[in-house]
Design a protein around this ligand. Structure first.
Ligand code: CA
Length: 576
């Protein structure tokens, strides 16, 4: 099938929909064990400075580093790490969540907006919430029915949903406290990522960049679910950046989905949030830079006003969906302290920028990019190779639309100064197709097919020295990578792989593989670590799915199609 693999995905999703509606009744808040009376409410202070043993948000800390100060499990004893309990989610789609842990209670989501509260030490289930997602909403999701996790604040748990709602549940019981509609799923909007809590507000973005949505970031009162502010990622008439859109209505369906969780700099009171690709991929209806697609925005946390922005790929024609996370780092570079952010971008370049000014510092290729001949050394603006523009011809270029790095979060270790990146080296043929916008329908207008960039590998797990942008070590894999990374003060880095189903620990400094464990399925989850009663645990979801089976075409057929499926949370600790 040369025209989009989407045709395949529609039929497979239709099968899933039937199964879902039969098997999963609405259970919202069914309690199995006695609710925990000792639940420790999550405060702003705890979010700003979490105890070493807690993992209170998607990447543990506001800077998005995915780094833990725990070192009980370390390079010396990692060989004694063994599974201590597991938990089966009962579904077989993609499991991309990071568990979050507050004082010994672990919250983890599975595909279809299932949410489980578990005893983090024993695995006993405290309660579960199964959202009754409308069948029609499940059919409008580009990249599998995933959910990437929850946010915690006060005595509540917050989850974005596949029908584009935000729901607040009582953390002790799972009972729904409020349920707010964020956008209309019938127009292609969904929510797949964890919200971000900032000073009493629940901040969320939306997915739907392949459906001609107009993206936004919105903040809600954590107590009531009422909207506090809403900022569009595609500026309307009269707003700065609107002039980067051609005259006419293209901006109204211009994409700019905001589908990953942002980060927060408390000192500047700025929320950093990624914005995805313009819609449609074909650029004929939107000559210009198409702000703020493929950008990082810095928003005032109180008002939502845009204070800074940086656009990685102006006038994107390749789905270089620049939503990738901005990880906040303070590093020494060439004798100066840099308050920066780093971004391993879909376009195949790894960036360091100044987070006080959005000034470009460097962008280094990390995933065999060929679409650009390079970046402007002062501004970072890419120089597009005209032979790689699909506006008037079929081209073969790299990276493919799934990107040098997709959604799976990188980790930054302040101990090594390295960023750990699950990267992919793949290319595509792509040409534009004609077509018109129809509400709620795919609005891509491209014909494409993926292939590996190199004969012997696609995935490469890389350690990049953030001070220089240079690769320090890496390990290559024949299949793509789709799991997040975790680094720890034990000088360890964890991530998961697909075809071999391994959960692997590397020496953070040298890249030596120190330990691995074969799980039930390919890993597309985000590992975390926490303590209960003085014991350090490491947890990861295994359960293959996500965008690869739906979009990677021949690569999926050849490399990942036979991976067994089913979601299981694995929790490890040192042998006693
Ligand atoms: Ca996209």
């Amino acid at each position: 099938m040369r025209v989009r693999n989407w045709n395949v995905s529609v039929s497979s999703l239709a099968l899933i929909v039937v199964a879902t509606s039969l098997v999963l009744p609405v259970m919202g808040g069914d309690s199995k064990a006695a609710p925990s009376a000792s639940y420790d409410p999550v405060t702003d202070q705890r979010l700003l400075q979490p105890a070493a043993g807690d993992w209170l948000m998607f990447r543990r800390t506001y800077d998005g580093q995915g780094y833990s100060p725990l070192d009980q499990v370390n390079t010396k004893n990692i060989k004694d790490l063994v599974p201590v309990w597991t938990f089966s989610t009962g579904v077989t789609a993609g499991h991309e969540a990071a568990p979050v842990v507050n004082g010994g209670i672990l919250f983890v989501t599975a595909a279809y907006n299932k949410l489980f509260a578990l005893d983090a030490k024993t695995g006993s289930m405290l309660w579960r919430y199964d959202r009754d997602v409308p069948e029609k909403a499940l059919g409008e999701i580009c990249c599998d029915v995933v959910n990437r996790g929850v946010a915690l604040y006060g005595d509540k748990v917050y989850m974005g949903t596949l029908d584009a709602h935000l729901v607040a549940l009582d953390a002790r019981t799972g009972h729904v406290v409020w349920d707010t509609k964020v956008a209309d799923y019938q127009n292609g909007y969904v929510i797949t990522s964890a919200p971000l809590i900032v000073k009493g507000k629940v901040v969320t973005g939306v997915a739907g960049g392949e459906y001609g949505i107009r993206g936004f970031i919105e903040a809600f009162n954590a107590e009531t679910g009422q909207s506090v502010w809403k900022t569009h990622s595609i500026p309307g008439p009269g707003n700065p950046g609107h002039e980067s859109w051609a005259a006419g209505d293209a901006w109204k369906t211009g994409g700019g989905a905001t589908w990953l969780t942002g980060t927060y700099d408390a000192q500047q009171n700025l929320i950093f949030w990624g914005v995805g690709n313009p819609g449609p991929w074909a650029g004929d209806v939107r000559p210009g830079d198409d702000l703020y697609t493929d950008s990082t925005l810095a928003l005032d946390a109180d008002s939502g006003q845009i204070r800074l922005h940086y656009q990685y790929t102006p006038h994107d024609l390749w789905d270089y969906d620049g939503v990738n996370e901005a990880v906040l780092v303070d590093i020494d570079r060439q004798g100066h302290r840099v308050k920066g952010w780093i971004n391993a971008n879909r376009n195949g370049y790894f960036y360091l920028l100044d987070r006080t000014s959005a000034q470009f510092i460097y962008g280094e290729p990390f995933a065999s990019p060929t679409t650009f001949t390079g970046l402007d050394p002062k501004t970072g603006r890419p120089n597009v190779d005209p032979s790689k523009s699909p506006e008037d011809k079929k081209v073969d270029t790299c990276p493919a639309f799934l990107g040098g790095k997709n959604w799976m979060p990188i980790s930054f270790s302040p101990a090594t100064g390295y960023a750990y990146v699950s990267s992919n080296h793949w290319c595509m043929t792509i040409s534009d197709l004609p077509g018109k916008y129809e509400a709620g329908k795919m609005y891509v207008r491209a014909d494409f097919e993926m292939h590996p960039a190199h004969p012997d590998y696609i995935g490469e797990f890389q350690a990049i020295d953030v001070a220089t942008g240079k690769k320090m070590w890496s390990k290559k894999y024949e299949a793509p990578l789709w799991a997040g990374a975790l680094s720890t003060a034990g000088s360890l880095v964890f991530t998961g792989t697909l075809t071999d189903r391994d959960f692997t620990a590397f020496n953070a400094k040298t890249g030596d593989v120190l330990w691995k464990f074969r799980t039930n399925s390919g890993i597309v989850g985000v590992p975390v670590t926490y303590t209960v009663d003085g014991v350090q645990y490491v947890a990861v979801l295994s359960g293959f799915g996500g965008a690869i089976p739906l979009w990677a075409g021949p690569i999926h057929e050849k490399l990942t199609k036979s991976i067994p499926q089913g979601g299981v949370l694995w929790v490890f600790a040192l042998k006693k």
